[in-house]
Ligand binder design. Sequence first.
Ligand code: APR
Length: 233
Amino acid sequence: MTGKIVILTGAGISAESGLGTFRDKDGLWTRYDLEDVATPEGFHRNPDLVQSFYNARRANAAGASPNAAHTALARLERDHPGEVVIVTQNVDNLHERAGSRNVLHMHGELAGALCAACGARWTAPPEMHNDDPCPACKAPATRPDVVWFGEIPYHMDTIWEHLATADLFASIGTSGEVYPAAAFVQEAARNGAHTIEINLEPSATVSDFAETCFGPASQTVPQWVEAELDRHR
Ligand code: APR
């Protein structure tokens, strides 16, 4: 019995699948102003720019494949049924394509479309445009179903419940720069969980973790999963 394992992932876990991160030297926020493409105000100012930004990311994610880190987490979940939950900040679906089943997308998903008029959700087409009619209310108010800065992340009640009962909290591939995700480690530790940061380099919240492991996720995550499985065989 390992107890509940809560795993937070960020863009770093998908970096070796060819999807960009945000704050690394060649990250998305070095090429785009997040105010223009990741805020409701930016969407209101220039919806075409935002739609084309997400259409490009959707196409990029569709052409990417899960890497050994995603696959290792799926194996951990299979070997510990009902005990593993992934809380991801990522909007790609590489965890699901690697076989993970219990995944909470707190920042939404590129595969989702949302009606800004009536709140209806549906599967996003490969290319989304502003005047695409909502299938429910027919309003031309289609937007990507992703959470922008200033909006409330999804699944927060469930996430806080998981953090209250976690025995192990692992953070993988995130810079610890964005809240509330950056506060999850302190919440888990406060509730008695062991905490580990698995990242390419120390994050902004590295000092909050009991344990650290640095290196590319495709190497460090399979090693960590193997060690976890050995510990509980
Ligand atoms: N293996 C492991 N970690 C990696 C790798 C790799 N191959 N490559 C990069 N990293 C690490 C970087 O060191 C960095 O700490 O991944 C982290 C990526 O940080 P960010 O680019 O800030 O991405 P993330 O933490 O997911 O951003 C959080 O900010 O802009 C918002 O909504 C966006 O969900 C995103 C949130």
